[in-house]
Design a protein around this ligand. Structure first.
Ligand code: NAD
Length: 475
């Protein structure tokens, strides 16, 4: 862990082992922080924040750009570790480091946009609002892109003059050590503190700490709800939540079957075994194209190269960890038991190398009723379901028939239909003729149970500031 510029173990001396999900071999271990370590991290962050806020935005920005350069220079080591620790494929992982570095630079350059207002409230006085940092910010990261989230999520709070305590996930935490080393080399001690540990222990202690007034969380809905409850038991805290999704992909009758099939596969983010909040995991296809799209998607899924994530030609690796793999397989099994039609996948790939580790083939179900467990719940795995519809209102109703509202894709050249669907879909991030891709500077965030707040944009930066209104009274 990194606390006050020092690399430290947990005071209690406990550790969390990390397994390679491709073969279940031990890969490394991280300290299991307890409330005592959280106390040290928050105290260090509190001391460091004063000096950090006193720097100019350009001095802070220069340090964030240096950190971005360090991460780029270390990219190979980061992605080799991350591929083994997460199961994400090494061919796709350079983007995680590039995105983290890009956000450090983007927010550093956006600092002058932290503007306030002047209000002509009196003729002779001056009435202004300014933006100030919260102080110590907590950021809690999930297992699917542990390095990218931990690193990219430093950028907005640091730019705004906060110090940060990051909690890495208990599964796939090892790259947090490389981030800790880079932060230790570049930033003043205590400005960034990185702790590892169990969510219910280290995470909960961080959320409840009285000196943490702003919490940025990325993870599952149940944990997001637990964090809101825990925070509310202690104090009034500002909590933003980037949570799960069960995202629809609506295919209209004018769509090109091959392009749609390629997009449906791309939208599943199989490079991360489907473990992306934004994965479009519910295909809603007009009945005229249903059979041809399903056949084409199944063929493309069957053709994906499932292999060790360190193989540069691998297109999908294992699911992240044992408990998550068991849950994915259980959702598949109960969906089959409830009469779900399995088109492809649903089990481990054939071959000796896939009998250990947390493997599952790319899986496609047909579920016209939108009722199977794999369709209702966020599987967060390599599982896609397909349903057919007759008119667009029916498709939109199916798309919205979920407690989630993160992303949605609509595939058509019919401008009127695209407009109607995009305006009536309950989701925070909608692609017309696109999937999966995020665009720097555009707000990303969920509706309904998918979250609160918009990241990756000016909105994220401003959310790490609080307003102060100052009145200069004329006498
Ligand atoms: P998770 O909720 O189990 O854990 C996320 C983090 O929260 C971990 O660091 C964990 O230790 C911590 N945590 C757990 N319990 C806690 C508690 N009581 N108090 C404080 N912290 C606690 O999620 P996960 O399984 O690591 O990640 C998968 C989930 O994340 C999926 O639902 C996925 O959709 C979501 N996700 C969302 C986005 C987004 O931007 N919307 C991005 C990535 C992942």
């Amino acid at each position: 862990m990194l606390i006050d510029g020092e690399r430290v173990a947990a005071q209690g001396g406990d550790w969390i082992d990390s397994l390679n999900p491709a073969n279940e071999q031990a890969l490394g271990r991280v300290p299991a922080a307890t409330a005592a370590d959280v106390e040290l991290a928050v105290a260090a962050a509190g001391r460091a924040q004063v000096g950090w806020q006193a720097l100019s935005i350009f001095e802070r920005g220069a340090l964030l750009k240096t950190l971005a350069a360090e991460l780029r220079a270390e990219a190979q080591a980061i992605i080799e570790l991350e591929a083994q620790d997460t199961g994400n494929t090494i061919g796709a992982l350079p983007a995680d480091v590039a995105i983290a570095a890009a956000y450090l630079e983007f927010f550093a350059g956006l600092a002058t946009e932290m503007k306030g207002e002047t209000v002509p409230a009196t003729p002779a006085g001056l009435h202004v609002s300014i933006r100030e940092p919260f102080g110590v910010v907590a950021r809690i990261a999930p297992f699917n892109h542990p390095f990218m989230f931990a690193a990219a999520h430093l950028a907005a709070p640091l730019t705004a003059g906060n110090s940060v305590v990051v909690k890495t996930p208990e599964s796939s935490p090892l790259s947090g050590g490389l981030l800790a080393e880079a932060c230790g080399r570049v930033l003043p001690p205590g400005v960034v503190n990185i702790i590892s540990g169990w969510g219910h222990e280290a995470g909960d202690a961080l959320v409840r700490h009285p000196d943490v007034h702003r919490i940025g969380f990325t993870g599952s809905v149940p944990t997001g709800l637990a964090i809101q409850r825990a925070a509310a038991e202690v104090a009034v805290k500002s909590v933003s939540l980037e949570l799960g999704g069960k995202n629809p992909f609506i295919v209209l009758p004018d769509a090109d079957v091959d392009k749609v099939a390629a997009a449906a596969v791309a939208g599943m983010n199989f490079s991360w075994a489907g473990q992306s909040c934004g994965s479009t995991s519910r295909l809603l296809i007009h009945e005229s194209l249903f059979d041809s799209v399903v056949d084409a998607v199944a063929a493309k899924m069957d053709a994906l190269k499932v292999a060790n994530p360190l193989d540069p030609t691998a297109q999908m690796g294992p699911v992240n960890n044992a408990a998550h793999h068991a849950r994915v397989m259980q959702l598949i099994d109960t969906s089959v038991a409830q009469g779900g039609r399995l088109v492809t996948g649903g089990r481990r790939p054939d071959g000796e190398q896939f009998q250990r580790g947390f493997w599952c083939r790319p899986t496609l179900f047909i579920d016209h009723e939108n009722s199977l467990p794999i369709t209702r719940e966020e599987v967060f795995g390599p599982v896609l379901s397909a349903a057919r519809w007759q008119n667009l209102d029916e498709a939109i109703a199916m798309a919205n028939d979920t407690p989630f509202g993160l992303t949605a894709a609509i595939w058509t050249n019919d401008l009127d239909a695209a407009l109607r669907a995009s305006r009536t879909i309950e989701a925070g991030y909608v692609w017309i003729n696109g999937v999966s891709q995020h665009y720097v500077g555009t707000p990303f965030g969920g509706w309904k149970n998918s979250g609160l707040g918009g990241e990756e944009s000016l909105a994220e930066l401003l959310s790490y500031t609080r307003n102060k209104t100052i009145h200069f009274i004329s006498h």
